[in-house]
Design a protein around this ligand. Structure first.
Ligand code: CP
Length: 314
């Protein structure tokens, strides 16, 4: 693959290859000196058109640890503000010969459009309600390390499924790896025809969590509810917020995940989020850096193959 635009085009063995390489970067990241040269001489541009803490910071750290020259575009201060289109922005940056472009954008499909216009390898850092592939990969790595496998697990994804690119990328990945995926949430926040993805749908937390190995909580994505029904937080927490009582329906050794940012007291009780025996939220963040290093390393190998063996001496 030239780009990482989504989980959809990846084969199960390609997912395993990325996770296996990410394991090596987990080890590197735990060393006192965290340095590799696999992206030395390459230029990485990060373009975030939506707010981000984890994804932006980890892509920047990942690129720097691999030796790339990393530039974070301040999109609020860019000429997009003066009416320049995404395509013209992409063509402008393309003329500066970047090798890797990481983009987050509020519109589904915007990252695919960018990939058609530039020579760089493009990595999707989240596009609208479509995909967030590196999130699904870091979640998969976390699950594989905690559960010892990434197949034949029962995984409950809970909350606002309809507006969640994290849920979409995860259910595609977990389905490809032959897990049983359950989606739990109010019918108003469930996408139409989602059963076609081979998932089970529940509107009751206790029934959906029964016997689950993994419980993945999602935030209410109010920024994508554009005028539609927004549930009251109090009512939502009562019915769908993860607390100790609802979690007791899952397996005794079930892990609790959240991609962040989380809203304590809305989709999850803060006590559960902080319970180091159940919550793996901080491990997810750690795996995020390693998975992004692995993804950029693999794409850079492809770039080198496309460019041929010659290095240009200046
Ligand atoms: N999980 C995630 O994408 O978090 P950020 O929005 O902070 O990057």
């Amino acid at each position: 693959h030239r780009h990482l635009l989504g989980i959809e085009p990846l084969r199960p063995e390609e997912i395993t290859t990325i996770l296996d390489l990410a394991e090596k970067y987990v080890d590197l990241n735990r060393q006192p000196v965290k340095r590799s040269k696999v992206l030395k001489g390459l230029t990485q541009i990060n373009m975030f058109f939506e707010a981000s803490t984890r994804t932006q910071a980890s892509f920047e750290i990942a690129g720097k640890r691999l030796g790339a020259d990393v530039m974070n575009m301040a999109m609020q201060a860019s000429s997009i503000k003066k009416g320049e289109t995404l395509i013209d922005t992409a063509l402008t940056l393309n003329a500066m010969h970047p090798d890797l472009i990481v983009m987050r954008h509020p519109n589904s499909g915007a990252v695919n459009l960018l990939a058609e216009k530039v020579n760089a390898a493009v990595l999707n850092a989240g596009d609208g309600k479509h995909e967030h592939p590196t999130q699904a990969l870091l979640d998969a790595l976390t699950i594989r390390r905690k559960k010892g496998r990434l197949h034949r697990l029962t995984i409950a994804i809970c909350g606002d499924i309809a507006h969640s690119r994290v849920a979409r990328s995860n259910l595609i990945l977990l389905g490809k790896m032959e897990n049983r995926v359950r989606l739990i949430g109010p019918p108003t926040l469930m996408p139409a025809k989602i059963e076609e993805f081979g998932v089970e749908v529940y509107d009751d937390m206790r029934a959906g969590l029964e016997g689950a190995d993994v419980v993945m909580m999602l935030r209410l994505q109010k920024e994508r509810m554009d005028g539609g029904f927004i549930p009251s937080e109090r009512e939502y927490y009562h019915r769908f917020g993860l607390d100790a009582e609802k979690l007791s329906y899952a397996k005794d050794d079930a892990i609790v995940m959240h991609p962040g940012p989380m809203n304590r007291g809305v989709e999850i009780d803060g006590v559960i989020a902080d319970d180091i025996n159940r919550s793996v939220i901080q491990e997810q963040v750690e795996m995020g850096v390693a998975v992004r290093m692995a993804a950029m390393d693999l794409l850079a190998r492809n770039l080198r193959e496309l460019a041929g063996p010659k290095e240009v001496m200046v």
